[in-house]
Design a binder for this molecule. Sequence first.
Ligand code: ADP
Ligand code: MG
Length: 438
Amino acid sequence: MDNLRLWHKFLQLIKPLAGADNFKAYFIKTTVKSYVGDKIILSTPSAFIKETLQQKYKEIIADTFEKLLDKKINVEFIVKEVDKQPETNDEDFFQPAQRQTSYLNPKYSLENFVVGPSNNVAYAAALAVVTSPGASYNPLFIYGGTGVGKTHLMLGIGNAILSKKPHGKIIYCSSEKFMNDYVEAIQTHKMGDLRKKYRSSDVLLVDDIQFFSGREGTQEEFFHTFNELIGKNSQIVLTSDRSPNEIAKIEDRLKSRFAGGLMIDIQQPDFDTRVAILRAKCLEQGVILEEEALQLLASSFDTNIRELEGKLVGILQMLKTQNLPPTTENIGRYLQSPPKNNPKVDSKQVLATVCGYFNLTQKELAGSKRQKELVLPRHITMFILSEHLKMTVERIGQILGGRDHTTVMHGRDKIKKLVATDREVQRMLIEIKNRITN
Ligand code: ADP
Ligand code: MG
């Protein structure tokens, strides 16, 4: 039994014993730090909670673990070491890869990263980097599709190194932030400051490096930053939604630098890992779901983890507003009849908004001409009608001038892919979505 599963079972037993309020106050944010031999160390979010658990609940906790593990257990408590930082805003659905923060969000740790066949190699590499930063794999280059946990793992590395070396200079930034800093430094003639900032780091984490594509100046600056850091054994970790070779318009010398350390990919997680991740996310929210409910959810949505998490949150919220407990039955019922996001929006509105946005007539949008200026709006319409209005591809084909359903699927999937990587398309979708709902 892994630590998460153990803690999950433990919470199920302790909840009725402690009572709902105490449960929420003392147990929800506590986690199992380690379980070795007959010793379990619990990691608590504050000294106050640690004291309370120790004084009021120690026996009951030990008893409960003993029941679960069928042996004598010693329980110890520690206070979690986290960097107190403001939380990032929840990201918009359409902006999967643009976290702008330059600090380490403590929410993402190696402890709450669920390991499975899709990511265990990347996880092992992350551990090696944490054990000896700058010495094992440098750079560590993590790549993989949207929402597979690249950013989480990267921040996990940063947070783990930070807790070992609280005074270490660890910089996390999106590639966009680096780019903006660079442009600003040029404009304000403060190149020296920029260099001082990035080149003095002990650990530099740059997220979504694919956005460097075509940015020559930024690449040049990054190249020198990179060399200097590697030269003094500072650790570099990079992520990208594809391997360096697949990133267009990146200088060869950078590509070869990226490949100089370890390149490792994260795949979409298998079913068991999805269940385990859902379990972990529930725990973070203080919700306990039955195993069956977790499996039901994991099998109902064939999406990436970020979206899966979004669905989970949505369903839990919906049930809460209806005062229904999150039982397998209620979740199952909900899944069978998912309410529409916004019942007032219909296809006419979508078509009108897209046409307005791109300055087209509906005839052009639904027509057969295949200029670039028409094809993208058409595909975006297919995407919105399918993803947001949940219309069938056949119906969408009819609306758009009697197109075949395979054409609609192709168009929709094209945008699905672009949304993950193309910021121009992301921006368009946000804008169009806003206009539709306003
Ligand atoms: P990426 O950077 O690859 O697009 P993220 O790291 O932002 O993806 O992950 C998306 C969401 O999924 C985050 O909330 C993250 O915590 C969660 N997630 C992804 N993989 C895992 C995992 N192995 N264990 C726990 N949570 C995960
Ligand atoms: Mg990311």
